[in-house]
Design a protein around this ligand. Structure first.
Ligand SMILES: Cc1cc2nc3c(=O)[nH]c(=O)nc-3n(C[C@H](O)[C@H](O)[C@H](O)COP(=O)(O)OP(=O)(O)OC[C@H]3O[C@@H](n4cnc5c(N)ncnc54)[C@H](O)[C@@H]3O)c2cc1C
Length: 417
């Protein structure tokens, strides 16, 4: 059976194997030449493609166990964010933050530094407290901040290089409800007020169509307990899908189509359990690049990219998404130099994206940006060394735990062998 990622841009003819328990997983890793773990396949970079096997933990048996102090839960690593947040909710618990969809596996989301938005909230890898891994020798091992601390540091944002995670101790918080508000506002106003909103709101972000003068502002604030929402999405995608199909056929119409799109009523919102409000349906396939920039440089970088797109009337069909994430101390995290502005650039999957992303990437790099590991980027090994002072120590840990390069694929070999 062949495998492809969510957007359809990465395919692999490698066999996908689905062990039913850890013993079966260990046995197959022991004899494998090369093997890559896959979660929900939501990464845009060729992280899961493999020259040997691809292993999915979807069918693995396992249950969640909440620690007696209720500060962490031990969670089967292959569980989706959707499944684990529902299980946590049943225990009166939640994740402190989530991204904008929830099919990703916990292991996959942590392995790439997946994040939501919020001034004081780190990416999901910062929630990791310990990992049970099947190593390259097929033996299970445990790592946390005190047991094998270098392995733990590397495994927090692992890109699948250090073993196959089967269980993860994850920080959790008491269950809470959220109120979502979506408002269409003039772009100039959102730009001017954004820093103030970041200070005031637990979660704030905006989307900006590059050719339109309005932005879509989204905030999430804790609220009193209420019923689950009736809608599973922040924004209705039907009109957008129609405009995208027209734009893909006649790209020159994209600037006018975006202005038409922004004339429609965008305002809305939902209330409910946090795990039901964070995620939304994303049914339109797109390709994505995301750069994390020092917070103070984010808006200037966005201005420059949008200015370039407008001047050249470039057919960038999707809006930019602008979020904020707290800093952390993870060796390979793009947030490890302090808080960041995360700018996502998307393109409709049916339209060319390579040239557009390449030019925008140069602008983001010039503003001190580092890419999201799961999303499109063209970093070389030298770039990784330049951007990450701990890269060589990360590689040293990898060489120790996987001397034959069992968990490498071509992309990983180029950057980390
Ligand atoms: C529609 C959509 C929305 C998205 N929204 C966001 C967002 O809001 N915020 C954000 O930051 N990102 C977002 N992303 C990116 C996404 O969160 C990341 O690509 C994430 O890694 C996907 O999780 P996954 O389970 O699909 O992992 P995969 O893509 O399947 O794998 C990612 C990495 O994890 C490794 N891995 C997977 N399972 C294991 C395991 N058990 N042990 C060891 N390694 C493992 C893989 O080898 C690979 O290196 C989005 C992507 C899409 C397509």
């Amino acid at each position: 059976m062949s495998w492809s990622n969510w957007s359809g841009s990465v395919a692999s003819t490698a066999a996908v194997v689905r062990p039913k328990d850890e013993a079966e997983l260990a046995a197959l890793v022991r004899v494998a030449t090369t093997v890559r773990a896959v979660g929900a396949g939501h990464s845009f970079m060729p992280l899961c493609a493999s020259e040997g096997q691809i292993v999915s933990l979807e069918d693995m048996a396992g249950t969640m166990v909440v620690a007696p102090d209720r500060m962490t839960a031990r969670i089967p690593a292959g569980w989706s964010i959707k499944r684990l947040t529902a299980a946590l909710w049943a225990e009166g618990l939640a994740l402190a933050n989530q991204g904008d969809v929830n099919p990703q596996s916990l292991a996959g989301a942590m392995a790439t530094g997946t994040h939501g938005t919020g001034r004081d909230l780190g990416n999901l890898a910062t929630f990791a407290r310990g990992f049970r891994l099947v190593g390259a020798d097929g033996e299970p091992r445990w790592c946390d901040a005190t047991t094998e601390p270098d392995l733990f540091q590397s495994q927090r944002l692992s890109l699948g290089l250090f073993g196959i995670a089967t269980e993860i101790d994850c920080a959790v918080v008491p269950a809470y409800h959220l109120e979502e508000r979506i408002e269409k506002r003039p772009w100039g106003e959102v730009r001017e007020r954004f820093d103030e909103l970041v200070e005031q709101q637990r979660h704030v972000e905006f989307w900006l169509f590059p050719h339109a003068d309005f932005a879509i502002l989204k905030t999430l604030e804790p609220c009193v307990p209420c019923e689950p929402p009736t809608s599973t999405s922040d924004i209705e995608e039907t009109t957008f899908r129609r405009l995208l199909d027209v734009g893909a056929f006649v790209p020159a119409l994209i600037p006018s189509l975006q202005r038409i799109m922004m004339k429609t009523n965008m305002n809305g919102g939902r209330r409910g359990p946090a795990h039901a409000i964070f995620p939304s349906d994303r049914t339109i396939r797109f390709e994505e690049m995301e750069y994390e920039l020092p917070r103070a440089k984010g808006l200037a970088a966005l201005d420059e990219v949008v200015g370039w797109i407008r001047r050249k009337r470039l057919p960038v069909a999707f809006p930019f998404e602008f979020r904020v994430v707290a800093g952390d101390d993870i060796w390979l995290s793009p947030m490890n130099a302090g808080p960041v502005a995360a700018i996502s650039m998307h393109q409709y999957a049916r339209m060319p994206w390579q040239g557009l992303f390449a030019e925008a990437e140069a602008i983001f790099r010039a503003h001190g940006g580092r890419p999201h590991w799961a999303k499109r980027h063209t970093l070389s090994r030298d770039d990784v060394d330049l951007l990450y002072p701990m890269a060589e120590r990360y590689r040293a840990v990898r060489r120790t735990v996987d001397p034959t390069g069992k968990f490498l694929n071509q992309h990983m070999r180029e950057l980390f062998s």
